[in-house]
Ligand binder design. Sequence first.
Ligand code: UD1
Length: 418
Amino acid sequence: MQELLITGGRRLSGEITIGGAKNAVLPILAASLISGGVTIIENAPRLTDVESSLEILRTLGCEAGWSQGNLYIDSKNASRCRIPASLTGKMRSSVIFLGALLARFGSAVISAPGGCELGARPVDIHLRAMKALGASVYELAGDIYAACETPQGGFISLPFPSVGATENAMILAASAKGVTVIKNAAREPEIRDLADYLRAIGAGVYGAGTSNITVSGRENFNKEVVHRVIPDRIEAATYMACVCAAGGSASLKGVREDDMRSVLEVFRAMGAEIKTSGDELAIAVNGRLRSPGSIITAPFPGFPTDAQPPVCAALSTCVGTTEIAETIFENRFSYAPELRKMGGNIKVTGTLAVIQGVEMLSGERVCARDLRGGAALMVAALGAEGKSRISGLEHIKRGYADPEGALKALGAEVLLIQ
Ligand code: UD1
């Protein structure tokens, strides 16, 4: 079991390049199944969730792996439509393959995707969207069985702008007969990236990034596509939170300001100096930061739930009190007890957290229980006096390719213990 040993209380100074977005590459990997040809994905991050998706693709009969630093998928010989529980257990967002399996094979079996650390994480909206395009779906003992002889374009009105359900709907709609309209669609940048990929293979996708997406399906797709995945806005926000906690400065390359406006607004309200130029972002933090007042997580363009834990960790040593209302997932404060061990003053009632800034945190042995909660502990450890030892690194590695390397490049004292 790997652990990260971080000696905190050291100002940061350095430069890093932000990797490709996890939440963009995963649905694109699923969508590569429908092309029936070769997809090359540039700027893909080397994350365990990406490896799990590649394993799923190989299980389905695709050729899938890394080639010259890019992802290479050939879905020509895909032949199986079932994702076994051994794989869905490794990557809970494997429900994202549902639309692609239906599109490619007309049937899909996804075995017990399982619960999630963040709460119940139901898939009802996904299933409703699949049904709207002609699929029949039933669930048995947690497994999802779906069939759809010829997907038909249709009208889908999402009760909530679910990111995954929007993606599943877009992927199935891309191979459906006719036109599909998705109302109340998610507007996340990763949705636009998936739309770019679907257009590259030949589908007609209009309005991605707005609440109304129209998809015009087709039968045959382009058989060779190169797609460059967008930068990871959550990774960028996490390393910015590291600077906020430890003080100092950093330059982040490969950042899209437009994708991060709500997060930048919060960091600026805390007193961080942020400058952007092209795809470069510079952040400088001098002295103790202050509370921005309150933060409410919301679908894009609101404050992202994934940035909530690391930003919250940085707020633990700010002057003043911050209220955080988590509106997306019901169980997203699993890191709070660990922060309290480090001296943080964070009170959680249901989906509301109140953080009273303390002068200093102190290094501790803490355990990451989920991906972004783990990122919060890295942030807290950098701002804490003394050494912290973070276990549960396997959660962090799902979303951060090389946390040790990135923190070292930012000037942190960090050691990976094998
Ligand atoms: C995606 C991201 C995740 C991010 C989240 C919200 C990926 C791989 N993951 O997750 O990092 O935190 O968006 O920005 O892209 N819901 C239902 N029924 C459904 C689907 C969702 O009730 O069928 C609920 C969820 O339980 C949750 C909320 O809707 O409370 C948002 O979920 P959703 O937008 O679907 O998130 P994901 O696509 O799972």
